[in-house]
Design a protein around this ligand. Structure first.
Ligand SMILES: [Zn+2]
Length: 123
């Protein structure tokens, strides 16, 4: 799956519903006209777009206008850490204890990585 197809699939966007984009290299002025002064609607949610680009799809070249939230949502997420976060936190606590540092650790959990915090009970 190409990155463009993955973005469209992630955001449930039908390429055929996107506005046609001109072929060839695009100038900054062409991109800017889609965003200023009146931004095109985000292809996924309809709010004002913050970024635009032309993409090649199976139905031709199309504009992909995205708002900030949808752009972030469609960005490839990093893989989960190789070591469960619970082990990492335990190592940090142990290092703090050995260094006689009194500290409290607060972990803010990103829902994308919540699984990494869940103890593996399968073994
Ligand atoms: Zn959006």
């Amino acid at each position: 799956m190409t990155p463009t197809v993955a973005v469209l699939r992630t955001l449930a966007i039908d390429a055929a519903a996107l506005p046609p984009a001109p072929n060839g290299p695009l100038s900054d002025a062409q991109n800017t006209r889609r965003l200023r002064p009146h931004p095109a609607p985000c292809a996924a949610c309809g709010t004002p777009a913050r970024a635009t680009r032309a993409i090649d799809t199976d139905v031709g070249r199309r504009w992909l206008d995205l708002c900030r939230t949808c752009m972030i949502t469609s960005t490839k997420q990093p893989p989960a850490p190789p070591v469960p976060l619970t082990e990492t936190m335990a190592a940090v606590r142990e290092a703090a204890h050995r260094a006689s540092i009194s500290t409290a650790l607060v972990l803010l959990v990103d829902p994308m990585h919540e699984k990494a915090l869940t103890p593996d009970r399968s073994s």
